[in-house]
Design a protein around this ligand. Structure first.
Ligand code: NAD
Length: 497
């Protein structure tokens, strides 16, 4: 690999060459000085190095976060409104620096720059929301049977560990950091190894916004060492994780040592159910983006289209035509809708699934390979791929591919559609398309998943709870529910007899 020279676009101005972790308000290298390379998947070239943090670095970060938490005049003891105003300032700074953050995210993850910008603004809105929420974390007064006053206090847990994936690096960090800090905790954030750059920049902006040193620490490094040390650390009271279901299971095991509180946002294999009476044109116009956005690397990707048999052919035709119009290209191009996968390794994994699907007897209607354009030959690109003649038991329909691949599966009755939709260990999201509102509501109630939309593919609303049933996770992020994940409830009884 060669180091990327001056890039021909304005993103060059924002590209760091070396980056450091943030511990206790200081930019630091890993304790043992090791680093790892950060690659742009659109070019295959190294754009930065980052510290290869490990156990010793996590120990340092826990000590710094604990010191900040225990400070009698510190973050946890600030008036909630003051914490909230500081988070609102943090939100403004993220917005003000959104160009830089979007370029970092785009070059680091292969994301289209337009989409990356939207994600950064989304992250800023999350901080803004929890800035407003900080002084609305209420307890209750409870009419108990003894003569006295009984009430609850909502208190921060202490030091929390936040482990995030590479698919929406800053946004996933915001979903965790903002409610954790709003509730008065101090935090250690660990970004994925592929995408550490925006987390590092976030910690710098936190200091600029006035968060005291040690309130937000960032440790970069591999999951198996830095991540596992966070999950197992006895000085951390809670771990919040987004990533693969198998990693979530490992984190549960590691967290058992000190009975950490845990919240997990894991994988998905979400259905997009199309009834014959639906607005098929609207479905076909909007739904390619429900599975191909972010090159399909989205836990909510509607990767199974369950379609009523009478409109099967028509839906495949409309969806295939819409898919051919999705603009795959250079992430730096404002017109690009789908950039690269996060890495060449991830593309290999998805390509394997495309071969598996063909071997299982499914047929490719669109895509199935890298783009022909020679200008894209050096990047980890893959064309949006539609499989037809799929059955729900095929591996392409049952395993999370995490790439731009969708399977079309026909059904005959409403009951069969719901049975197929629920026949997965996952339960994150799903969509239902019908003009019959009663049918839509029946299906919304019957789907075993945490985030459902009807005549839409929208899953994420900052103000509403987000999370999974079954093996898609534990707990609900976003909305006021997220504050439950970062607080302990203390019951106090006062005898007034
Ligand atoms: P991953 O599980 O490989 O990694 C996620 C994070 O965990 C990274 O920071 C990684 O370094 C760390 N990690 C890895 N092994 C660890 C260990 N043993 N101990 C502690 N930390 C460890 O996931 P990924 O490949 O980065 O992300 C893709 C996955 O994330 C997909 O399965 C996707 O569905 C899921 N995801 C879920 C949601 C959701 O909200 N449900 C959102 C986004 C992504």
């Amino acid at each position: 690999m060669t180091t990327e020279q001056q890039a021909p676009d304005s993103s060059a101005a924002f590209a760091p060459t070396t980056s450091r972790m943030m511990i206790g308000g200081e930019s630091v290298d890993a304790a043992d000085g090791q680093t790892f390379e950060v690659v742009n998947p659109a070019t295959g070239k190294v754009i930065a190095t980052a510290p290869l943090g490990g156990r010793e670095d996590v120990d340092r970060a826990v000590a710094a976060a604990r010191k900040a938490f225990d400070d009698r005049k510190g973050w946890a003891n600030w008036a909630a409104g003051k914490r909230g105003r500081t988070l609102a300032k943090f939100a403004d700074l993220i917005k003000k620096n959104s160009d830089e953050l979007a370029w970092l995210e785009s070059r680091n993850g292969g994301k289209p720059i337009g989409g990356a910008r939207g994600e950064i603004i989304g992250a800023s809105l999350v901080f803004d929301y929890y800035g407003g929420a900080a002084n609305k974390v209420y307890g209750q007064t409870i009419p108990v049977s003894k003569p006295g006053l009984d009430f609850t206090l909502r208190e921060p847990i202490g030091v929390v560990g936040l482990i995030v994936p590479w698919n929406f690096p800053l946004l996933m960090a915001a979903w965790k950091v903002a409610p954790a800090l709003a509730a008065g905790n101090t935090a250690i954030l660990k970004p994925a190894s592929y995408t550490p750059l925006t987390a590092i920049r976030l910690a710098e902006l936190a200091l600029e916004a006035g968060l005291p040193a040690g309130v937000l620490n960032v440790v970069t490094g591999p999951g198996g060492t830095a991540g596992a040390s966070i999950a197992a650390h006895p000085g951390i009271g809670k771990v919040a994780f987004t990533g693969e279901t198998t990693t979530g299971q490992e984190i549960m095991r590691l967290a058992a040592g000190n009975v950490k509180k845990i919240s997990l946002e894991l994988g998905g294999k979400s259905p997009n159910i199309v009834f014959a009476d639906a607005d098929l044109e609207k479905f076909a116009r909007e739904s390619p983006y429900s599975v191909f956005d972010n090159a399909g690397q989205d836990c909510c990707a509607r990767s199974r289209i369950l379609v009523e048999r009478s409109v099967h052919e028509k839906v495949v035709e409309l969806f295939a035509a819409a898919t051919r119009n999705v603009k795959v290209g250079d992430p730096a191009d404002e017109a690009t809708e789908v950039g690269t996968l996060v890495s060449f390794k991830q593309r290999d994994r998805v390509t394997d699934y495309i071969e598996i699907g063909q071997a299982e007897g499914a047929t490719i209607v669109v895509g199935g390979a890298a783009p022909d354009d020679p200008a894209l030959a050096d990047g980890a690109y893959l064309m949006p791929t539609v499989f037809d003649n799929v059955t729900n038991d095929m591996r392409i329909a049952s395993e999370e591919i995490f790439g731009p691949v969708v399977s079309v599966i026909p059904f005959d009755t409403e009951e069969e559609a719901l049975r197929l939709a629920n026949a997965t260990p996952y339960g994150l999201s799903g969509s239902i398309w019908t003009r019959d509102l009663a049918k839509g509501l029946r299906a919304a109630k019957a789907l075993q998943a945490g985030v459902i939309s009807v005549n839409s593919n929208s899953s994420v609303h900052t103000e509403a709870p987000f999370g999974g049933y079954k093996m898609s996770g534990i707990g609900r992020e976003l909305g006021m529910s997220a504050l439950d994940l970062y607080t302990e409830t203390k019951n106090v009884f006062i005898d007034i007899s």
